[in-house]
Ligand binder design. Structure first.
Ligand SMILES: N[C@@H](CCC(=O)N[C@@H](CS)C(=O)NCC(=O)O)C(=O)O
Length: 209
């Protein structure tokens, strides 16, 4: 059975949403980041970078959430990652956009303002927040315009890019960011939020996102 080693953060939820949507049975093993379980010798043998998520499948280990999501889709033969080379590249393109741009800034804001608060970690990095806020505002405008042209992030139908993007965008709620200027993002977010995979993962984390 697929094993997913992780914690309740967005990079891990990307993998969980995809596994759930694909109906791949898995066992979730919590790696407590606050207890530095991701830095033990045993963990570093699974992932030398000391980060979660990591999966174990057929006695192989794989890290990096995007690579894991693509792998799970590839072994499932699903329209969530089309076989058509160009469409597949479009899915990749938007996954990379989130990882390197919008998602990255949202992660910074979430970590500095929400995660640190919730875990009693002192010292918000204000310059990092300011930079992330500025960058986020630019990237959200780009996404809003794109979602005025189609119903899903990368294609005209659901793909793994939507599930990965959702894990980043849902942080906007916890950051209490307004959707007033982003009606298309809100419409998309609401649509994805009704999928069973989202409810299942929420349940797994006792409804905490
Ligand atoms: N690029 C990696 C990032 C993984 C990552 O940063 N994971 C965080 C949790 S979301 C982590 O393990 N942090 C613990 C640490 O850096 O010590 C991916 O997408 O999987």
């Amino acid at each position: 059975m697929l094993k997913i080693y992780g914690y309740n953060t967005q990079n891990n939820k990307k993998v969980l949403y995809v596994a759930q949507e694909l109906n791949i049975p898995y066992k979730f093993i919590t790696v407590d980041l606050l207890q530095r379980e991701n830095r033990t010798d045993d963990f570093l043998k699974m992932n030398p970078t000391g980060k979660v998520p990591v999966i174990e499948h057929n006695e192989n280990f794989l890290f990096e959430s995007n690579a894991i999501c693509r792998y799970l889709a590839d072994i499932s033969d699903t329209p969530l990652l089309p076989r058509d080379n160009f469409k597949k590249a479009q899915v990749d393109q938007w996954m990379e956009f989130f990882t390197n741009h919008l998602g990255k800034s949202l992660n910074t804001l979430y970590f500095e303002k929400v995660f640190k608060r919730d875990h009693n970690i002192s010292g918000i990095n204000q310059p990092a927040c300011l930079e992330a806020e500025k960058f986020c505002a630019i990237q959200l405008k780009i996404l809003e315009k794109e979602l005025s042209k189609r119903d899903f992030i990368a294609l005209d139908e659901l793909s793994i890019a939507d599930l990965c993007a959702y894990a980043y965008i849902e942080q906007m709620d916890l950051l209490e960011m307004s959707y007033d200027s982003f009606p298309n993002i809100l419409k998309w977010k609401k649509k994805i939020s009704t999928r069973d995979c989202i409810a299942e993962v929420k349940k797994q984390f006792n409804n905490k996102i």
